[in-house]
Design a protein around this ligand. Structure first.
Ligand code: FAD
Length: 414
């Protein structure tokens, strides 16, 4: 990917986006399409590896707005038609996205993030954003609590100060906005660790199930994801940070011993071989204390992330990017040089809060998808949530029911 440095005459933009992952690329594309002068700085060279490979169908609506939906099949990403949960007593009935009303969401895709993220970043550049890779934002420049721009450092150690009316922090889990302005607050009960790798030679299910996500629940604290990708399958254990060493002394043995505990998965992987390294991620469930302020806002993982169990990370990321692109556009039309973006992520916060009870319930002893699904409205609510739809009556109803079950369990334990 060839990038050009900002020129002397171009050191002032309407918006600077920090980070070229899905959130940053989405915001940059939408803002550039709306006619704003946008510069995006990405620390790494693309393509690069990233965890988070399974989409939920509600992301399709953003892909359409970006004009890239057609590219998904062209890039060879497996179509994902549903999700199936395996417990110790066997598999659940599959949840198919075709059970939702909107045909645009009847399937989505499993993505190799190296290719997916590069495609989104190219889209931002094609939309007119100035995009630089290998360019790390080392400082957000502040006047009091107002963000006025960023300082960028490149691989050759050259540095630039770039001013902007708005700085969007899309830099992922670590975030670049100083901690004095916004801290990450961990989600209680979700201090988890993931250990994961890609494998070749894994047996898939036939037909439309070949691209489904499988979730193997080992116990109330541990589960394994199974995500079919082009040529490989992504397999990852998620477990509580405290429990991880009961699986083994090092990452390779931890992942293998978790796989060995699932007879169905072990059988699928009889001829499998690992491709690349076993990786680890930790402490990934949190929400930012403040979502924005004068001249700045957080989007994507910088704003918050809930456990990966329902693959909602990319949805929440691109959703926050869309919301903030709209809010920033409005702000830039106003008189303030640095519009105040505090409290503008309300729709994102609602979505986060709808997914949260479902995530927390997954980690309780008695949680059974099968039981909840016996009620038709609850089953529909679950399918809606698994699709990424949070605002139907059924989704709201099942969220309330799960919260109730969760509260009862917590009360019984205390
Ligand atoms: C174990 C695990 C499994 C997951 N599984 C799924 C899944 O199956 N489905 C799903 O939807 N989500 C999943 N996620 C979540 C998903 O990976 C994230 O939600 C998503 O990548 C967030 O996108 P983003 O653009 O906000 O951040 P990122 O994708 O992390 O992008 C941030 C970018 O900012 C760049 N950057 C960082 N600092 C700077 C800086 N100072 N200057 C310039 N650039 C910088 C980084 O290099 C990076 O490219 C998972 C997460 C974890 C931890």
């Amino acid at each position: 990917m060839i990038t050009e440095h900002v020129s002397e005459t171009q050191k002032s933009f309407d918006v600077v986006v920090v980070g070229g992952g899905p959130a940053g690329a989405t915001a940059a594309t939408l803002l550039a399409k709306a006619g704003h002068r946008v510069s995006l700085f990405e620390r790494q060279a693309f393509p690069r590896f990233h965890v988070g490979e399974s989409l939920v169908p509600a992301v399709n609506l953003t892909l359409e707005k970006l004009g890239v939906r057609e590219r998904m099949d062209e890039l060879g990403f497996p179509q994902k038609h549903g999700v199936q949960f395996y417990g110790p007593s066997g598999p659940s009935r599959p949840f198919y996205f075709s059970e939702v009303a909107d045909p645009r969401m009847h399937h989505t895709w499993q993505v190799l993030r190296s290719d997916f993220d590069r495609m989104l970043l190219d889209t931002a550049r094609d939309a007119g954003a100035h995009v630089e890779t290998d360019a790390q934002v080392v400082e957000v420049c502040l006047a009091g609590e107002t963000a006025t721009g960023v300082r960028v450092r490149r691989l050759d150690e050259s540095e630039d100060r770039v001013s902007a009316r708005v700085v969007l922090d899309a830099s992922g889990q670590k975030g670049v906005i100083p901690r004095e302005l916004s801290r990450q607050q961990g989600v209680p009960g979700l201090q988890n660790t993931a250990v994961y790798a890609h494998y070749t030679g894994v047996r898939l299910d036939p037909g439309i199930d070949a691209g489904s996500t499988l979730i193997y629940r080992l116990d109330a604290k541990s589960w394994i994801w199974f995500i079919p990708l082009p040529g490989v399958v992504s397999i990852g254990l998620v477990t509580s940070a405290r429990e991880i060493l009961r699986f083994g002394p090092n990452r390779d043995e931890i992942l293998q011993s978790a796989i060995d505990r699932c007879p169905d998965l072990k059988e699928r992987m009889r001829e499998a071989e690992i491709s690349g390294e076993v990786r680890v991620a930790r402490d990934f469930s949190y929400r930012a204390e403040r979502d924005g302020g004068p001249g700045w806002a957080l989007i994507g993982d910088a704003l918050g992330f809930i456990d990966p169990v329902y693959s909602t990370g990319l949805l929440l990321s691109v959703h926050s990017a869309e919301i903030l692109a709209r809010e920033v556009s409005c702000g830039l039309a106003g008189q303030d040089r640095h519009p105040d973006l505090r409290g503008r992520s309300g729709e994102w916060q609602v979505a986060f809060d709808r997914f949260l009870p479902l995530v927390r319930a997954f980690y309780t002893e008695d949680f059974r998808f099968g039981e909840l699904s016996k009620n038709d409205a609850h089953r529909q609510g679950l399918v809606d949530l698994l699709t990424g739809i949070v605002d139907t009556d059924e989704a709201i109803g099942v969220t309330a029911q799960i919260q109730h079950m969760f509260d009862e369990e917590v009360a019984a334990e205390s």
